[in-house]
Design a protein around this ligand. Structure first.
Ligand code: GAR
Length: 197
């Protein structure tokens, strides 16, 4: 079998998508392994979950650097030390510079809780409900300099119910996120999909 691709997951909080990726990657025939988890918040709950699973973790606060670029250069050093092939952003709530996203172009993916290109940015669930849409969902896409703008790899759809709140819709979408992200990473790590701009 060809070598498993080395993957770092970047988180800012809970890390439930990270957990779904770690779980999927435990399968012997999964084409990727999660070799490290990074957070911009030392208190991110997901760091503890990853450590408990024997995965190395690191955190850096952007506020302790003079600039976003310095922060990202330190992050790049960590990722290079881990010798990662791919990066998965999983609830990583930091805007990345074009220098960083271009360096990782085609090798960094993100999960977003909307059917992109609809509802880029924050508060996706509340905005979808306010607009009265009948369908919502999640998207895994390549990370490019534009926020939530890179080409989509995969999407999952869920119905929006008349009595939905932002919380109930988010919970229904999250179930799909946990299935979609491991599938998308599998496609990328196995070479079934590649970035071509
Ligand atoms: C997920 O719903 C993810 O799609 C979203 O944050 C949540 C993180 O949850 N990401 C974004 O909104 C990125 N723009 P998790 O930490 O439990 O995976």
């Amino acid at each position: 079998m060809t070598r498993k691709k080395r993957v770092a997951v970047l988180i800012s909080g809970r890390g439930s998508n990270m957990t779904a990726l770690i779980k999927a990657a435990k399968a012997a025939d999964y084409p990727a392994e999660i070799v490290g988890v990074f957070s911009n918040r030392a208190a991110a709950a997901g760091l503890g979950t990853a450590s408990a699973d024997g995965i190395q973790t690191a955190s850096l606060a952007q506020s302790s650097f003079d600039s976003r670029l310095d922060f990202e250069n330190a992050l790049t050093k960590i990722l290079e030390n881990w010798a990662v092939d791919f990066i998965c952003l999983a609830g990583f709530m930091r805007i990345l510079t074009p220098q960083f996203t271009e360096r990782w172009l085609g090798r960094a993916i993100n999960i977003h809780p909307s059917l992109l290109p609809a509802y880029k940015g924050l508060d996706t669930h509340a905005r979808a409900i306010a607009d009265g849409v009948s369908e919502a969902g999640c998207t895994v896409h390549f990370v490019t300099p534009g926020l939530d703008e890179g080409p989509a790899i995969a999407q999952a759809r869920v119905p929006v119910r008349p009595d939905d709140t932002a919380e109930s819709l988010a919970a229904r979408i999250l179930i799909e996120e946990h299935k979609l992200y491991p599938k998308a990473l599998e496609m990328l790590a196995s070479g079934q999909i590649t970035y071509n701009g």
